[in-house]
Design a protein around this ligand. Structure first.
Ligand code: NAP
Length: 283
Protein backbone atom coordinates (compact mmCIF):
# COMPACT_ATOMS: atom_id res chain seq x y z
CA UNK A 1 0.00 0.00 0.00
CA UNK A 2 2.77 2.37 1.06
CA UNK A 3 4.73 1.45 -2.05
CA UNK A 4 1.66 2.10 -4.20
CA UNK A 5 1.20 5.49 -2.58
CA UNK A 6 4.85 6.35 -3.11
CA UNK A 7 4.57 5.24 -6.73
CA UNK A 8 1.46 7.36 -7.19
CA UNK A 9 3.19 10.33 -5.64
CA UNK A 10 6.24 9.95 -7.82
CA UNK A 11 4.14 9.57 -11.00
CA UNK A 12 2.14 12.61 -9.98
CA UNK A 13 5.34 14.53 -9.32
CA UNK A 14 6.94 13.51 -12.57
CA UNK A 15 3.78 14.41 -14.53
CA UNK A 16 3.72 17.74 -12.69
CA UNK A 17 7.39 18.29 -13.50
CA UNK A 18 6.71 17.31 -17.10
CA UNK A 19 3.74 19.68 -17.21
CA UNK A 20 5.77 22.58 -15.89
CA UNK A 21 8.83 21.97 -18.03
CA UNK A 22 9.11 24.15 -21.11
CA UNK A 23 11.74 24.38 -23.80
CA UNK A 24 12.90 27.44 -25.71
CA UNK A 25 14.70 27.20 -29.02
CA UNK A 26 17.16 30.06 -29.53
CA UNK A 27 19.36 31.98 -27.14
CA UNK A 28 18.83 35.53 -28.41
CA UNK A 29 17.31 38.55 -26.63
CA UNK A 30 13.76 37.24 -26.62
CA UNK A 31 14.71 33.68 -25.65
CA UNK A 32 16.72 34.88 -22.64
CA UNK A 33 14.00 37.29 -21.48
CA UNK A 34 11.40 34.53 -21.86
CA UNK A 35 13.60 32.03 -20.01
CA UNK A 36 13.99 34.38 -17.05
CA UNK A 37 10.32 35.22 -16.89
CA UNK A 38 9.27 31.56 -17.12
CA UNK A 39 11.82 30.53 -14.51
CA UNK A 40 10.59 33.17 -12.05
CA UNK A 41 7.02 32.08 -12.81
CA UNK A 42 7.81 28.60 -11.53
CA UNK A 43 8.74 26.77 -14.73
CA UNK A 44 11.60 24.41 -15.33
CA UNK A 45 13.18 25.98 -18.41
CA UNK A 46 15.57 24.44 -20.93
CA UNK A 47 17.16 26.36 -23.75
CA UNK A 48 17.96 24.68 -27.05
CA UNK A 49 20.86 26.11 -29.02
CA UNK A 50 22.66 25.16 -32.22
CA UNK A 51 25.93 25.45 -30.33
CA UNK A 52 25.26 24.90 -26.63
CA UNK A 53 28.90 24.13 -25.87
CA UNK A 54 29.96 27.59 -27.02
CA UNK A 55 27.52 29.57 -24.89
CA UNK A 56 27.62 30.20 -21.16
CA UNK A 57 24.24 31.59 -20.20
CA UNK A 58 25.18 32.32 -16.58
CA UNK A 59 28.06 34.47 -17.84
CA UNK A 60 25.60 36.51 -19.93
CA UNK A 61 23.10 36.83 -17.11
CA UNK A 62 23.32 35.43 -13.57
CA UNK A 63 19.56 34.90 -13.45
CA UNK A 64 20.01 32.26 -16.14
CA UNK A 65 22.27 30.03 -14.06
CA UNK A 66 19.28 27.80 -13.29
CA UNK A 67 18.38 27.43 -16.93
CA UNK A 68 19.79 24.39 -18.65
CA UNK A 69 21.41 24.93 -22.06
CA UNK A 70 21.30 21.90 -24.35
CA UNK A 71 21.18 21.05 -28.05
CA UNK A 72 18.10 21.73 -30.17
CA UNK A 73 17.49 17.99 -30.52
CA UNK A 74 17.69 17.33 -26.77
CA UNK A 75 15.43 20.27 -26.07
CA UNK A 76 12.75 19.03 -28.46
CA UNK A 77 13.01 15.50 -27.02
CA UNK A 78 12.74 16.61 -23.38
CA UNK A 79 9.63 18.79 -23.51
CA UNK A 80 6.18 18.81 -25.01
CA UNK A 81 5.92 22.61 -24.98
CA UNK A 82 8.45 24.41 -27.14
CA UNK A 83 8.83 28.15 -27.64
CA UNK A 84 10.23 28.99 -31.03
CA UNK A 85 12.31 32.09 -30.22
CA UNK A 86 14.16 32.29 -33.53
CA UNK A 87 13.52 34.46 -36.57
CA UNK A 88 10.98 33.00 -38.97
CA UNK A 89 13.55 32.77 -41.80
CA UNK A 90 15.61 30.32 -39.72
CA UNK A 91 12.75 28.05 -38.65
CA UNK A 92 12.80 25.68 -41.61
CA UNK A 93 16.56 25.14 -41.47
CA UNK A 94 16.46 24.65 -37.70
CA UNK A 95 13.55 22.23 -37.44
CA UNK A 96 13.43 20.20 -40.65
CA UNK A 97 15.74 17.45 -39.34
CA UNK A 98 13.60 17.16 -36.16
CA UNK A 99 10.24 16.92 -37.89
CA UNK A 100 9.43 13.48 -36.43
CA UNK A 101 10.36 14.46 -32.88
CA UNK A 102 8.00 17.43 -33.09
CA UNK A 103 5.01 15.17 -33.64
CA UNK A 104 2.17 16.04 -31.22
CA UNK A 105 4.12 18.79 -29.43
CA UNK A 106 2.96 22.32 -28.77
CA UNK A 107 5.13 24.79 -30.67
CA UNK A 108 4.68 28.43 -29.69
CA UNK A 109 5.60 30.80 -32.49
CA UNK A 110 6.59 34.20 -31.09
CA UNK A 111 7.93 35.63 -34.35
CA UNK A 112 7.08 39.00 -35.83
CA UNK A 113 7.05 40.18 -39.40
CA UNK A 114 8.75 43.18 -40.98
CA UNK A 115 5.69 43.90 -43.13
CA UNK A 116 2.02 43.12 -42.66
CA UNK A 117 0.47 40.43 -44.84
CA UNK A 118 -3.16 39.50 -45.33
CA UNK A 119 -2.33 36.44 -47.40
CA UNK A 120 -0.76 34.29 -44.68
CA UNK A 121 1.10 34.42 -41.36
CA UNK A 122 4.37 33.05 -40.02
CA UNK A 123 2.45 30.76 -37.67
CA UNK A 124 0.36 29.30 -40.49
CA UNK A 125 3.51 28.68 -42.51
CA UNK A 126 5.15 26.92 -39.54
CA UNK A 127 2.04 24.75 -39.16
CA UNK A 128 2.19 23.92 -42.88
CA UNK A 129 5.87 23.00 -42.65
CA UNK A 130 5.36 20.85 -39.54
CA UNK A 131 1.78 19.53 -39.70
CA UNK A 132 2.33 17.01 -36.89
CA UNK A 133 2.78 19.64 -34.18
CA UNK A 134 0.26 22.02 -32.65
CA UNK A 135 1.38 25.51 -33.56
CA UNK A 136 0.24 28.32 -31.29
CA UNK A 137 0.76 32.00 -32.05
CA UNK A 138 1.44 33.92 -28.85
CA UNK A 139 3.69 36.38 -26.99
CA UNK A 140 4.80 38.24 -30.15
CA UNK A 141 3.16 41.43 -28.89
CA UNK A 142 5.39 41.49 -25.78
CA UNK A 143 8.85 42.98 -26.25
CA UNK A 144 11.93 41.32 -24.78
CA UNK A 145 12.33 44.39 -22.55
CA UNK A 146 8.78 44.15 -21.16
CA UNK A 147 9.14 40.39 -20.76
CA UNK A 148 12.27 40.85 -18.68
CA UNK A 149 11.53 43.98 -16.67
CA UNK A 150 7.80 44.47 -16.40
CA UNK A 151 6.70 41.83 -13.86
CA UNK A 152 3.74 43.94 -12.81
CA UNK A 153 2.05 43.48 -16.15
CA UNK A 154 -1.30 41.86 -15.46
CA UNK A 155 -2.92 44.37 -17.80
CA UNK A 156 -0.67 43.36 -20.72
CA UNK A 157 -2.53 41.16 -23.17
CA UNK A 158 -1.12 38.07 -24.83
CA UNK A 159 -3.09 37.20 -27.97
CA UNK A 160 -3.35 33.46 -28.59
CA UNK A 161 -4.35 31.61 -31.77
CA UNK A 162 -4.15 27.92 -32.63
CA UNK A 163 -6.17 25.28 -34.40
CA UNK A 164 -5.90 23.14 -31.26
CA UNK A 165 -8.20 24.27 -28.47
CA UNK A 166 -6.24 22.22 -25.92
CA UNK A 167 -2.97 23.87 -26.95
CA UNK A 168 -4.60 27.31 -26.67
CA UNK A 169 -5.65 26.49 -23.10
CA UNK A 170 -2.16 25.29 -22.16
CA UNK A 171 -0.57 28.49 -23.49
CA UNK A 172 -3.26 30.66 -21.87
CA UNK A 173 -2.40 29.07 -18.50
CA UNK A 174 1.30 29.70 -19.06
CA UNK A 175 0.54 33.36 -19.90
CA UNK A 176 -1.54 33.66 -16.71
CA UNK A 177 1.27 32.12 -14.64
CA UNK A 178 3.59 34.76 -16.11
CA UNK A 179 1.18 37.49 -14.97
CA UNK A 180 -0.09 38.36 -18.44
CA UNK A 181 -3.69 38.50 -19.57
CA UNK A 182 -4.38 35.84 -22.24
CA UNK A 183 -6.87 36.67 -24.99
CA UNK A 184 -8.16 33.76 -27.06
CA UNK A 185 -8.31 34.66 -30.76
CA UNK A 186 -9.48 31.21 -31.88
CA UNK A 187 -8.03 29.35 -34.87
CA UNK A 188 -4.59 29.90 -36.36
CA UNK A 189 -6.13 32.00 -39.12
CA UNK A 190 -6.32 34.80 -36.53
CA UNK A 191 -2.52 34.85 -36.28
CA UNK A 192 -2.59 37.18 -39.32
CA UNK A 193 -4.27 39.80 -37.15
CA UNK A 194 -1.99 39.04 -34.21
CA UNK A 195 1.13 39.45 -36.36
CA UNK A 196 -0.14 42.76 -37.70
CA UNK A 197 -0.55 44.15 -34.20
CA UNK A 198 3.09 45.05 -33.35
CA UNK A 199 3.43 46.75 -36.75
CA UNK A 200 0.79 49.31 -35.86
CA UNK A 201 2.38 52.55 -34.73
CA UNK A 202 0.12 54.84 -32.65
CA UNK A 203 -3.04 53.11 -33.91
CA UNK A 204 -5.31 55.84 -32.47
CA UNK A 205 -3.40 58.74 -34.04
CA UNK A 206 -6.10 59.98 -36.44
CA UNK A 207 -8.45 61.44 -33.82
CA UNK A 208 -5.90 63.54 -31.85
CA UNK A 209 -4.11 64.76 -35.01
CA UNK A 210 -7.46 65.72 -36.60
CA UNK A 211 -8.47 67.52 -33.42
CA UNK A 212 -5.16 69.47 -33.22
CA UNK A 213 -5.28 70.48 -36.91
CA UNK A 214 -8.96 71.51 -36.62
CA UNK A 215 -8.24 73.51 -33.49
CA UNK A 216 -5.29 75.32 -35.10
CA UNK A 217 -7.38 76.21 -38.15
CA UNK A 218 -10.21 77.49 -35.95
CA UNK A 219 -7.85 79.74 -33.97
CA UNK A 220 -6.12 80.96 -37.15
CA UNK A 221 -9.44 81.91 -38.80
CA UNK A 222 -10.58 83.65 -35.62
CA UNK A 223 -7.33 85.67 -35.39
CA UNK A 224 -7.45 86.55 -39.08
CA UNK A 225 -10.99 87.82 -38.58
CA UNK A 226 -9.96 89.89 -35.52
CA UNK A 227 -6.72 91.38 -36.91
CA UNK A 228 -7.56 91.79 -40.61
CA UNK A 229 -11.32 92.06 -40.97
CA UNK A 230 -12.63 93.56 -37.75
CA UNK A 231 -9.64 95.77 -36.86
CA UNK A 232 -7.24 95.91 -39.88
CA UNK A 233 -4.40 95.95 -37.37
CA UNK A 234 -1.66 94.14 -39.40
CA UNK A 235 -0.46 93.97 -43.01
CA UNK A 236 -0.92 90.60 -44.78
CA UNK A 237 2.87 90.14 -45.04
CA UNK A 238 2.97 90.16 -41.21
CA UNK A 239 0.71 87.11 -41.06
CA UNK A 240 3.52 84.62 -40.30
CA UNK A 241 5.21 86.79 -37.67
CA UNK A 242 2.23 88.32 -35.88
CA UNK A 243 -0.66 85.90 -36.27
CA UNK A 244 0.61 82.38 -36.92
CA UNK A 245 2.61 82.24 -33.68
CA UNK A 246 -0.47 83.32 -31.71
CA UNK A 247 -2.55 80.58 -33.35
CA UNK A 248 0.10 77.93 -32.48
CA UNK A 249 0.30 79.20 -28.92
CA UNK A 250 -3.46 79.21 -28.40
CA UNK A 251 -3.85 75.77 -29.95
CA UNK A 252 -1.19 74.45 -27.55
CA UNK A 253 -2.89 75.96 -24.51
CA UNK A 254 -6.33 74.71 -25.59
CA UNK A 255 -4.99 71.19 -26.25
CA UNK A 256 -3.38 71.10 -22.80
CA UNK A 257 -6.58 72.35 -21.16
CA UNK A 258 -8.68 69.74 -22.94
CA UNK A 259 -6.18 67.02 -21.98
CA UNK A 260 -6.28 67.88 -18.28
CA UNK A 261 -9.93 68.93 -18.14
CA UNK A 262 -11.26 65.44 -17.45
CA UNK A 263 -8.89 64.83 -14.53
CA UNK A 264 -9.61 68.33 -13.15
CA UNK A 265 -13.35 67.60 -13.20
CA UNK A 266 -12.71 64.23 -11.59
CA UNK A 267 -10.66 65.86 -8.80
CA UNK A 268 -13.34 68.46 -8.10
CA UNK A 269 -16.07 65.79 -8.17
CA UNK A 270 -14.11 63.53 -5.81
CA UNK A 271 -13.33 66.41 -3.45
CA UNK A 272 -16.96 67.57 -3.26
CA UNK A 273 -18.28 63.98 -2.84
CA UNK A 274 -15.79 63.16 -0.07
CA UNK A 275 -16.53 66.49 1.61
CA UNK A 276 -20.31 65.95 1.54
CA UNK A 277 -19.89 62.40 3.00
CA UNK A 278 -17.64 63.84 5.72
CA UNK A 279 -20.15 66.63 6.51
CA UNK A 280 -23.15 64.22 6.50
CA UNK A 281 -21.33 62.02 9.05
CA UNK A 282 -20.96 65.09 11.25
CA UNK A 283 -17.15 65.31 10.88
N1 NAP B 1 13.37 40.93 -29.35
C1 NAP B 1 12.10 41.24 -29.12
O1 NAP B 1 11.77 42.23 -28.40
C2 NAP B 1 11.00 40.37 -29.68
C3 NAP B 1 9.66 40.65 -29.33
C4 NAP B 1 8.65 39.83 -29.82
C5 NAP B 1 8.96 38.77 -30.68
N2 NAP B 1 10.29 38.55 -31.03
C6 NAP B 1 10.57 37.42 -31.92
O2 NAP B 1 11.41 36.50 -31.24
C7 NAP B 1 12.27 35.85 -32.19
C8 NAP B 1 13.72 35.98 -31.71
O3 NAP B 1 14.04 37.36 -31.63
P1 NAP B 1 15.39 37.84 -30.92
O4 NAP B 1 15.30 39.29 -30.78
O5 NAP B 1 15.64 37.02 -29.71
O6 NAP B 1 16.47 37.48 -32.06
P2 NAP B 1 18.03 37.22 -31.87
O7 NAP B 1 18.54 37.94 -30.69
O8 NAP B 1 18.67 37.47 -33.20
O9 NAP B 1 18.13 35.64 -31.57
C9 NAP B 1 17.75 34.68 -32.51
C10 NAP B 1 18.27 33.32 -32.06
O10 NAP B 1 17.89 32.36 -33.03
C11 NAP B 1 18.78 31.27 -32.97
N3 NAP B 1 18.98 30.75 -34.36
C12 NAP B 1 18.53 29.57 -34.82
N4 NAP B 1 18.85 29.40 -36.10
C13 NAP B 1 19.52 30.50 -36.48
C14 NAP B 1 20.15 30.90 -37.71
N5 NAP B 1 20.13 30.15 -38.81
N6 NAP B 1 20.76 32.11 -37.72
C15 NAP B 1 20.79 32.90 -36.63
N7 NAP B 1 20.23 32.55 -35.44
C16 NAP B 1 19.60 31.37 -35.37
C17 NAP B 1 20.07 31.77 -32.34
O11 NAP B 1 20.34 31.00 -31.17
P3 NAP B 1 21.50 29.91 -31.16
O12 NAP B 1 22.69 30.54 -31.80
O13 NAP B 1 21.74 29.60 -29.73
O14 NAP B 1 20.99 28.73 -31.93
C18 NAP B 1 19.78 33.23 -31.99
O15 NAP B 1 20.26 33.55 -30.72
C19 NAP B 1 12.02 36.54 -33.53
O16 NAP B 1 11.16 35.74 -34.31
C20 NAP B 1 11.33 37.85 -33.16
O17 NAP B 1 10.44 38.29 -34.17
C21 NAP B 1 11.29 39.31 -30.56
Amino acid sequence: MLEQLENMESTEMSSKEQRRRVGILGTGDFARALAKRLFFSGYDVILGSRKPEKKAMSAIDQCLCNVQLISVEECIKSTSIIFLAVHFDNVKELLTEHIEKLEGKIVIDVSNKDRPSTVTSNAELVQKMFPGCKVVKAFNVISAYAMENDYNSSSKQVFIASNSEGARDVVANIAKDMNFRPVDFGGLFASRRIEKHPLRLFPEWRGPIGFAVGLFNAWLLYLIYIYYIAESKYQWEQLFVKVLNKAICMSGITTLSVTYLASSFATVFKFTTVRSIYVSRGG
